[in-house]
Ligand binder design. Structure first.
Ligand code: FAD
Ligand code: SF4
Length: 561
């Protein structure tokens, strides 16, 4: 086994790992970034401008191969022929789940992680979220409040560029925004109807998203080509490959090793400190040990927990830093899929130009000022409006030239509200190491046992009711409600399993994402979440990572780690 030494090791190069690498190198540390997946070459791998006829299966994908190798990943919305290479191979990267509790784990294993395919929706949590657990006696209390994280939200937003509209709502704090994208005319109709009917209680705004509406820090403004999940050659949306990793590289203190799978954190029982990580080369399968005084786990919520569970020592027989027994518990994922759709009459002489890579947002309004009798917490709506295209021909009756010519004209305006809700932290929603199954490199796979509870189901039902109310208020027609039955995991906001908390007996991490048990190990991805809020979470991971990095470097300099 070869051995090499660094100031800090960052595991994972996605949304959190990119920020850890940037902050630690900019603060003077020599950092080794270990990424399990392959390198990405934007010239070759970003396909947002490739027309569909350039693809062997015309964008429909190799369905036999997808069924055999990516049967879980291919369920995800942005999975397609143009993006299959951004999603893991499910055979090489298996996990198991209880037969009656399906869990869909959507992952990327490559440089940049899921920051390449994410939806870029970016919303702050508020004290309504941070105080909820303590107020309701659910889980444990967050060890931080909004005031602790607000400057770090500012710092991150200012760096990555987030476009959006300030609303002055306490439940969805405003940020440092670039100019918002525009609503289209049908969205304006719904917005105005809601304003007339609900006053300021239910508000429709353009999505807040990590996409540049003007040039920012050397990156070009978005040119509205549309399919961001295939990559962005102009770096107009935030991903770690185009933004944080180049910043870290620019310090001259970053070393990146791809195809390097971290199997475990190594630990010195005598010094009570982590000493480094054990790595398996994804291609040669050779094992290496890298050493460092500081470890940042940013491998994504469940992968970081898997690494800790697999790092068993005499002191920690159930996983490193797991004296609380909470490692692997309290898995959450947002609910999604309650809502309504409708036709918006009028504006038939208007059409959109370009493909705006963003939708609308309705901030949470349930359990903000008054309590709902059926559930706690709340949800927000995403969605938006567009005109039906020629594809409507597949579902309409017609034949012949006249029918075909008719399809050249855009159809009516359609609008959809699609809800995303908060999931409570249930101790019974767990991940553990599977007793039998291993991945292609012999590392124990995860077993997931998780499901939504009554609170989540009640929220989904309510989403359909309130979405229809808002559409009715706008005076539209053909309102159709829906409540989808999406399995947990499919919102792709999996989080928890190494929660932050005040008490080492009931939580894994302290207020700075440092493990209570092993001071030089930090976990700054979604594993740390104490509750889920209903907001898309990744900006929270970025802010917490930057904050934890400052704290860790300060502690290192004082020789307190
Ligand atoms: C289609 C889609 C849409 C989404 N939309 C949004 C959205 O609009 N807003 C939002 O906030 N979030 C969204 N998300 C979720 C968001 O992508 C994740 O929350 C975010 O990427 C998590 O960041 P991370 O750094 O923890 O993990 P990732 O970005 O997944 O990165 C983890 C990295 O760690 C690497 N890794 C894993 N295990 C190991 C190991 N053992 N050793 C070394 N490296 C390892 C992986 O290969 C990967 O590169 C979306 C996700 C998807 C897929
Ligand atoms: S729509 Fe904008 S952000 Fe998305 S890929 Fe195109 S240029 Fe990039």
């Amino acid at each position: 086994m070869a051995r090499q030494t660094w100031d800090a090791i960052v595991v994972g190069s996605g949304i959190s790992g990119g920020w850890a690498a940037k902050e630690l190198t900019e603060r003077g540390l020599r950092v080794l970034l270990l990424e399990a997946g392959r390198p990405i070459d934007p010239e070759r791998d970003y396909l947002e401008h490739e027309p569909v006829y350039e693809f062997r299966f015309r964008g429909l994908g190799d369905r036999r191969r997808d069924r055999e190798r990516q049967m879980i990943q291919s369920i995800a919305g942005p999975f397609e022929e143009q993006t299959a290479h951004f999603f893991v191979d499910d055979i090489d990267n298996p996990y198991t789940f209880d037969a009656d509790k399906p869990f869909y784990w959507i992952r990327g294993r490559h440089l940049g992680g899921r920051s390449l395919m994410w939806g870029r929706q970016t919303y702050r949590m508020s004290d309504l979220d941070f105080e909820a657990n303590a107020r309701e006696g659910v889980g444990v209390d967050w060890p931080i409040r909004y005031a602790d994280i607000a400057p770090w939200y500012d710092y991150v937003e200012d760096y990555i560029g987030v476009s959006g509209e300030a609303l002055g709502l306490p439940q969805l704090p405003d940020g440092k925004f670039l100019p918002p994208m525009a609503l289209n005319c049908a969205e304006e109709v719904v917005k105005q109807g809601m304003a007339r009917h609900f006053g300021g209680e239910r508000v429709l705004t353009i999505g807040r998203c990590a996409i540049l509406t003007q040039a920012h820090r050397g990156r070009a403004a978005c040119h509205y080509c549309g399919p961001c999940w295939r990559g962005c050659i102009t770096h107009s949306y935030f991903n770690s490959l185009g933004v944080t990793l180049p910043a870290a590289q620019a310090t001259g203190r970053l070393t990146v090793r791809t195809n390097s799978i971290v199997a475990a954190v190594t630990y010195d029982e005598r010094r009570d400190r982590a000493t480094g990580v054990r790595v398996i080369d994804a291609i040669t399968r050779h094992e290496t040990e890298y050493q460092a005084g500081l470890i940042f786990l940013c491998a994504s919520a469940l992968e970081s927990t898997r690494i800790l569970l697999n790092s068993r020592t005499t002191r920690f027989p159930n996983g490193l830093a797991n004296s609380s027994g909470e490692l692997g518990r309290n898995l959450m994922d947002h609910t999604m899929g309650g809502g309504a759709r409708a036709t918006i009459p009028g504006n038939e002489d208007r059409i959109v130009h370009g493909n705006r890579p963003n939708g609308i947002y309705v901030p949470r309004f349930r359990n903000v000022k008054t309590s709902h009798p059926d559930f706690v917490r709340g949800y927000g709506f995403q969605g938006g409006a567009g005109r039906d295209g020629w594809g409507r021909g597949a579902s309409s009756a017609g034949i012949g030239a006249e029918f075909k010519h008719g399809l050249r004209e855009p159809g009516p305006w359609r609008f959809t509200f699609y809800g995303f809700g908060e999931c409570l932290p249930y101790a019974t929603n767990t991940v553990t190491l599977d007793a039998v199954k291993t991945d292609a490199w012999g590392i124990p796979a995860l077993h997931v046992s998780a499901t939504y509870g009554d609170n989540e189901r009640a929220q989904l039902q309510d989403m359909a009711v309130t979405a229809a109310e808002m559409l009715e208020a706008a005076g539209v027609r053909d309102i159709e409600t829906f409540v989808e039955e999406n399995a947990i995991g499919l919102a792709i906001h999996e989080m928890g399993t190494a929660r932050m908390g005040r008490d080492p007996r009931t939580s894994v991490l302290n207020a700075y994402n440092q493990t209570h048990d092993v001071p030089n190990v930090f976990v700054t991805d979604g594993a740390c979440m104490t509750s889920s809020g209903c907001q898309n979470p990744s900006i929270m991971y970025m802010a917490l990572t930057a904050r934890a990095a400052e704290y860790a470097v300060d502690k290192l300099q004082r020789r307190e780690l």
